[in-house]
Design a protein around this ligand. Structure first.
Ligand SMILES: Nc1ncnc2c1ncn2[C@@H]1O[C@H](COP(=O)(O)OP(=O)(O)OP(=O)(O)O)[C@@H](O)[C@H]1O
Length: 254
């Protein structure tokens, strides 16, 4: 399988910080993988996402996406690279309220100068998959939070990014909407081979991934690989996270 992301000994130390927020982190991601990034608050998840997505630069180490060294990109090239290769879903939806849902999802393809017919057919087919096909002529404020988040995910996926970065995508959703979104992300991962890297605190959300990297103090503490059912994977994630919580509590008591 083709390597999409290659992270080599990446360290990030913020100015004036006493210790690094990422400490020699290395891992690879193959095309079509779905990785979950977990870890307690302050373990370095956001810092990792920022350096992987060219929003920030590491202090040392190398990051390659599709063989391209991110350190070779200046600010303007990095912006073009993000636009052309990366997709983002955040806890907030960031839809444009003055555009319809169809227009919102179309934005990346309009920028890429696709023909209107092609744009409409790509958007409609993805909207179908995300269960928002009947909402395309509405404005974001007319949709529920779950529908807005699905529209936001469709907008990120429609341009077929090399990697989709999802930062707590279910954080603001009720449990039904979260499940709907996660199921669709999994489907997109399996059917369209979208490569997904998702940061989450939630073991249930993480169980939709195939591999979990658990961070502690800026390092990868543990890797969990899904071997059978999602339910069993969920149980092992919960077990691992509880173990870490217990250790942390014990350390704090001493
Ligand atoms: N801009 C910054 N300047 C200095 N220190 C920072 C900055 N951003 C993060 N840190 C520090 O880096 C460490 C890792 O932070 P980071 O936000 O990456 O963790 P996180 O795992 O995403 O936490 P959370 O789950 O709370 O979002 C923390 O100790 C944090 O205080």
């Amino acid at each position: 399988m083709k390597t999409v992301l290659d992270v080599k000994e990446v360290t990030k130390t913020y100015p004036k910080a006493e210790s690094p927020s990422l400490n020699k982190v290395s891992f690879c991601m193959s095309a079509g993988e779905f990785i979950g990034i977990m870890g307690a608050s302050g373990s370095g998840k956001t810092t990792l996402l920022n350096v992987l997505s060219t929003i920030d630069t590491p202090t040392s180490g190398d990051i390659l996406i599709n063989g391209i060294h991110l350190k070779d990109l200046n600010d303007s090239k990095a912006a073009d690279f993000r636009r052309d290769n990366l997709g983002f879903i955040f806890q907030e939806y960031f839809l444009l309220d003055s555009l319809t849902i169809l227009e919102n999802i179309s934005v990346p393809l309009t920028i890429m100068k696709y023909s209107p017919q092609r744009i409409e057919s790509m958007v409609r087919s993805l909207a179908e998959r995300f269960g928002i096909a009947t909402q395309l002529d509405k404005y974001p404020t007319e949709l529920s939070g779950g529908q807005r988040q699905r529209a936001s995910a469709a907008r990120a996926i429609v341009k077929q990014p090399s990697i989709l970065f999802a930062d707590e995508p279910t954080g603001a959703l009720d449990s039904n909407s979260a499940t709907e979104l996660l199921k669709t992300l999994k489907e997109v991962n399996e059917d369209l081979h979208t490569t997904i890297l998702m940061v989450t605190h939630d073991a249930y959300a993480a169980s939709f991934a195939n591999r979990i990297l658990i961070f502690k103090d800026g390092c990868i503490l543990k890797e969990l690989i899904k071997s059978d059912s999602r339910h069993n994977f969920y149980e092992s994630i919960v077990e691992e996270i509880s173990k870490l919580d217990t250790q942390r509590r014990q350390q704090n008591e001493h």
